[in-house]
Design a protein around this ligand. Structure first.
Ligand code: 4AD
Ligand code: MG
Length: 463
């Protein structure tokens, strides 16, 4: 046995006639007089293969093991299907049971199990319709991301996951240390001096690959990272994970305008690729998860994103007459409720906000001539809120040093980042897109925990 065999996707697309073998997991088995129907799936496509077994063709003791969750192979004749919904079905005359699944204890039995329950069996949930579809969409989107950048000459840079620089200021970080030991009575510290630790200094899981990838932009021109990032904030929301994947392009010779153009083109192209590559999966999400899904996605592919400044957005929020939980007005950060009002209620499509007050944005964003706002941009989309955060970067050495000090940070810690402005500086810009938020947008799934295989959130690192 090796991996080269027909996927059920290929079987289902084959013309009737000839023999075939189907490998996969049983979804359901229905026995009626003289014939049994087995629905099976191998994850290669949304549709199940229907296997028809006439009484007497397969030994009863084998067939009765084909219960929900069992792993099997059926051999037989691929024939035209009289039933609706599929062109062909397999008329089986032989089978092998690789692994039975006791119907009394197999957890993925019931139709209509809640998302919360399925989260507790994350090691099995991809065998069902919803999570099979999420997995295929996620895979296709990741591939579309790479294709988008590769076709435009961007180099994929593998930025480190462990970092010794407390740089981003984007959120709390997880420490990485070997000074911590698991003792009998909980944790024990082997030492408290960072100099004695594995890296000889404090180290963390990265919150963003940006600072590292910026170095490569100033040498390789157009680059991107795509990898896991970590935030130790205690945010128990449907939109936050402690471990999530981020895509971060960075471009030399690019300003905020170019950055926004790329972000728009990127989101539109990935959506359009997934629309064409995962049509049956998206059809399912549209029917069962989010009724407006296909309409919204088609609309986004065709329309341009609204652009407005932060100041303008705050004015609209103040004049909205809505009673928000959090305050609005110049100087306040936008909360999810504000983002969603702007993009869903006010504009009705994705919005890019620009030129935020420097106080509420990171130190590396380029200062505008007004010396009050920075060349930042956030892309907000309906249902999700913030999908992308980015900016033009401060490329002037003196201005960057001043911003670092203003933020109470130590310029010495940023020596290599400052070197980029010392030697061959260039106007450059980039952004970060949260991959799981994109998958939520693409599938209509309501909780970010359900668009990543095994989620990490406060209090939860199972599997
Ligand atoms: O806006 P953020 O914090 O930006 C950065 O990290 C920059 N360094 C990016 C850059 O310019 N290269 O994060 C970028 C995006 C957010 O817009 C959001 O989609 C996602 O990452 N994100 C999260 N996704 C899931 N869980 C979390 N806890 C997230 N925090 C941010
Ligand atoms: Mg942000």
């Amino acid at each position: 046995m090796d991996y080269r065999r027909q996927y059920l996707r290929d079987l289902l697309a084959s013309p009737p006639g000839g023999r075939a073998s189907a490998y996969g997991w049983v979804k359901t088995r229905r026995d009626s007089k003289g014939v049994s129907f087995v629905q099976m799936n191998d994850g290669s496509c949304f549709a199940d293969l229907q296997v028809v077994v006439e009484a007497g063709t397969i030994p009863e003791e084998s067939l009765k093991l084909a219960t929900t969750g069992a792993c099997v192979r059926f051999d037989g004749e691929l024939v035209a299907s009289p039933g609706s919904g599929q062109a062909v079905e397999l008329k089986a005359d032989a089978m092998e049971v690789f692994g039975a699944a006791d119907p009394q204890s197999y957890p993925l039995q019931k139709k209509g199990a809640t998302m919360e329950f399925l989260r507790e069996i994350a090691h099995l949930r991809m065998r069902g319709n919803t999570f099979g579809a999420v997995t295929r969409v996620r895979n296709r989107a990741a591939w579309a991301v790479h294709r988008f950048f590769q076709e435009r000459g961007f180099s994929w840079i593998h930025t480190p996951i462990i970092t010794a620089s407390d740089c981003e200021g984007a959120g709390a970080m997880f420490a990485v240390s070997t000074l911590l030991e698991h003792g009998e009575k909980g944790f024990r510290l082997r030492g408290t001096d960072p100099a004695e630790d594995f890296f000889g200094k404090p180290a963390y899981l990265t919150v963003s690959g940006q600072l590292n990838v910026e170095t490569y932009a100033l040498g390789m021109t157009n680059v991107y990272t795509f990898g896991p990032t970590f935030r130790a904030e205690n945010s128990n929301t449907p939109r936050h994970l402690a471990e999530f994947w981020m895509i971060e392009p960075e471009m030399a010779f690019c300003d905020l305008e170019g950055d926004m153009n790329l972000a728009e083109e990127f989101v539109r192209e990935v959506i359009s690729d997934v629309l064409s590559g995962c049509a049956p999966d998206l059809e399912f999400f549209n029917q069962r998860i989010e009724p407006e899904l296909l309409k919204t996605l088609d609309h986004v592919v065709e329309s341009s994103f609204e652009r407005m400044t932060y100041t303008e957005a705050m004015r609209l929020l103040e004049a909205s007459g809505e009673s928000f939980e959090f305050p609005v007005g110049y100087g306040h950060d936008l909360q999810s409720e504000h983002e969603r009002w702007l993009t869903e209620t006010k504009v009705g499509r994705p919005v890019i906000l620009t030129d935020y007050p420097k106080e509420i944005k990171a130190f590396y964003m380029k200062l505008n001539d007004d010396a009050k706002t920075v060349r930042a941009m956030d892309v907000l989309v309906p249902r999700i809120g913030e999908l992308i955060g980015g900016s033009q970067r401060e490329d002037d050495l003196a201005a960057l040093e001043a911003r670092i000090k203003e933020g109470g940070l130590d310029p010495a810690a940023y020596w290599w980042y400052l070197d980029l402005r010392r030697f061959g500086s260039a106007p450059h810009a980039g952004f970060g897109l949260g991959f799981e938020r994109l998958i939520m947008y693409l599938t209509g799934m309501k909780n970010i925990r359900d668009v990543i295989p095994f989620h990490r959130t406060p209090g939860h690192a199972d599997f």
